[in-house]
Design a protein around this ligand. Structure first.
Ligand SMILES: Cc1ncc(COP(=O)(O)O)c(C=O)c1O
Length: 388
């Protein structure tokens, strides 16, 4: 009866089951997996409530790429970061996740492959399968810092590879693409006729400046490239449902990509008029939300570094983003650690295997967590795991 896309095991895992049981018993859980800014004690500016008080939103003038005013606001966001992006190269989507689906439709046929980083964000398998594509992984290697294994990436390319996905900075490793890596990737992409797709939703969240880092692929000219971002992370506003794609690369490829992306967008016209009308103000007031998130993640990182110093635990080097990865003793599996922490200490963290870490034992914690909860949770993790 139904499509073969849905081959996933939808059973709840042991951690989710234990969490439901604990919550059912009324336990107060210290949730160090909170990645939803609207539930993390962030103060949203009052003005955000009024951005939809606009007569313009009663008029429907659908444009596949999105309204010019909204795209100009997005262009302004890039201008502030030193990237000249004209609105004609921007296409609005309802989210970055939707942007992935548009780009996969643009670039690939059913059965084709996309390369994605490992470890990384676990949604790729779903995003690709929904478009009937296969995912192949390329490794990020850790040696006191994360780096793309370019040789392994090149070896993973087959005749059916259509794109390489970069998550910049990556989630949860917090590692940025470096200039040397981008040069190598552009060369490979141009030679093999494949595109680079850069997910830049966490790009504004660096903990320190680094001139060797790439902040956006919006200005790439040497190969087909697409930069994606959205309000969900840059303004802490996932509920507004506004993302975008910036089309980069050689002019000839760009023009064709824009035409085809508009065709895809026209099929759905999924971005609501209210959020397009409000986009300039959402970006403006969202800057205050971003500032709070930056302060929160930096303070939580500093606390965790201090709390773990001199223990058997290690925070892997992190350049940006909203997460930390903690290496814990391998006397238990990641799953056993997570279950024990939840069961005995009421602390919820994610096991590294959720993100496909190559080896054990890593725990992933969200730096977005409200400060008190984070501090208490980290303290309990240290108490439980550091004595081995
Ligand atoms: C790397 C990365 N990209 C994209 C998203 C989703 O963003 P959006 O809400 O715009 O779909 C997430 C959400 O956690 C993410 O971690």
């Amino acid at each position: 009866m139904y499509s073969s896309r849905f081959h996933w095991d939808l059973q709840r895992n042991r951690l989710t089951e234990l969490l439901a049981a604990k919550r059912g018993q009324g336990a107060r859980i210290l949730d160090l997996t909170q990645s939803n800014p609207t539930r993390a004690e962030i103060e949203y500016p009052e003005e955000l409530r009024r951005v939809f008080d606009d007569p313009g939103l009663l008029r429907y003038d659908p444009l596949p790429a999105g309204s010019l005013a909204a795209r100009e606001a997005v262009a302004g966001y890039y201008r502030q970061r030193g990237h000249a992006v004209e609105p004609g190269r921007i296409l609005l989507t309802a989210s970055t996740s939707e942007a992935y689906s548009y780009l996969f439709k643009l670039l690939a046929d059913p059965g084709d492959q996309v390369l994605v980083p490992r470890p990384s964000y676990p949604l790729f398998e779903y995003l690709a399968r929904m478009e009937s594509l296969e995912v192949r992984q390329y490794p990020l290697e850790y040696h006191a810092g994360w780096a793309i294994d370019i040789d392994a990436l090149a070896r993973a390319i087959t005749a059916r590879t259509r794109a390489v996905v970069l998550v910049n900075p990556n989630n949860p490793t917090g590692s940025y693409v470096k200039r040397g890596e981008l040069e190598a990737l552009m060369r490979i992409a141009a030679e093999r006729g494949i595109a680079l797709i850069s997910d830049e939703v966490f790009s504004d969240y660096a903990f320190a400046a680094d001139a060797g880092r790439v902040t956006s692929l919006a200005g790439v000219e040497d190969c087909a490239a697409f930069a994606m971002s959205g309000l969900s992370k840059i303004a802490g506003l996932p509920q507004m449902k506004l993302g975008w794609i910036v089309v980069a690369g050689p002019a000839r490829l760009r023009a064709e990509a824009i035409e085809k992306l508009e065709w895809i967008a026209d099929t759905y016209l999924s971005v609501g008029t209210p959020v397009q009308c409000a986009a300039p103000r959402l970006l403006e007031y969202g800057a205050a939300v971003q500032r709070q998130i930056r302060e929160r993640t930096a303070a939580n990182l500093a606390f965790a570094q201090q709390a773990l110093a001199g223990t058997a635990l290690e925070i892997l080097a992190v350049e940006g983003g909203w997460s930390i990865t903690i290496r814990v003793p391998r006397v238990r599996t990641e799953e056993e650690w997570c279950l024990e922490l939840l069961d005995r200490d009421n602390v919820l963290v994610q096991p590294g295997y959720f993100y496909d870490f190559e080896s054990e034992a890593f725990l992933v914690a969200s730096l977005l967590t409200a400060p008190e909860e984070f501090r208490e949770g980290i303290g309990r993790i240290v108490g439980r795991t550091a004595r081995y």
